[in-house]
Write a protein that binds this ligand. Structure first.
Ligand code: FES
Length: 239
């Protein structure tokens, strides 16, 4: 066990005029995660500390936070990998509900904007299967595991600069998966939708989304593929 100082940015918009940093000393056991340390603080030192989590397994995407300056899932980040001082802040680009819990409405409104659901073609069986051996699934395989944690959105400088005028990396990546699916009846409409002013061309390729994604997805790369598809469509090439 080693003693670690966990500093948390605190803010309750209903009570506080300004945010503040509170530090807590904890005894960190081997393999303890940042999420474990927050539970320990709530149990032993300050029951008013607020944060969000559910699965504790890196699957639900609800424990995204800024940990030592980098967007990470608290349940997948071990204290021993961070040193003796840990700084925990809420995700950027979203408003704080309280302490580390943020309002993700903006993120999910953008998700909704891209029509994030499959629209079957009239002449296609909605359940038609793409055989794994065909190679066609590989086009989207690398984007499949998105858990909508919002870490890419919070790290995105285009979102920080343009706010609601940019759809953001997660939703654009989701749109690509559907556009790349030949069975989808709304791919052309969707491609036009996500390459409007607030869409793919707003990405400046900063690449922070690629660095922070806990699932190894590369939204910046996918967004470039959307741009290429749009250009091909515009000049009448197969896209
Ligand atoms: S609690 Fe579900 S991803 Fe961390």
């Amino acid at each position: 066990m080693k003693e670690v100082e966990v500093t948390v940015l605190r803010y309750d918009p209903e009570k506080d005029e300004n945010s503040r940093f509170d530090s807590f000393n904890i005894e960190a056991k081997k393999n303890m995660t940042v999420l474990d340390s927050l539970f320990l603080i709530v149990e032993d030192q300050d029951p008013t500390l607020s944060f969000r989590c559910a699965c504790r397994l890196g699957m639900c995407g609800s424990c995204g936070m800024l940990i030592n300056g980098r967007g990470r899932l608290a349940c997948r980040t071990k204290i021993e990998d961070l040193g003796e001082k840990v700084l925990v802040q809420p995700m950027r680009n979203q408003t704080v509900i309280k302490d580390l819990a943020v309002n993700m409405d903006k993120f999910f409104k953008n998700w909704e904007k891209v029509k994030p659901y499959f629209v079957p073609k009239e002449d296609t069986d909605e359940f038609s299967v793409i055989p794994p051996s065909s190679g066609r699934r590989e086009i989207i395989d690398e984007n499949q595991d998105c858990i909508t944690c919002g870490l890419c959105y919070q790290s995105c400088d285009a979102v920080a600069i343009r706010g609601d005028d940019f759809i953001g990396p997660a939703a654009l990546s989701r749109a690509y998966n559907l556009i790349a699916d030949e069975r989808d009846g709304a791919r052309a409409e969707r491609l036009d939708l996500v390459t409007e002013e607030d869409g793919a061309f707003g990405c400046h390729s900063f690449g922070a989304c690629v660095e922070v994604c806990p699932k190894g997805i590369k939204p910046m790369v996918t967004i470039q593929k959307l741009k290429i598809k749009k250009l091909k469509k515009a000049i009448g090439l197969k896209w």
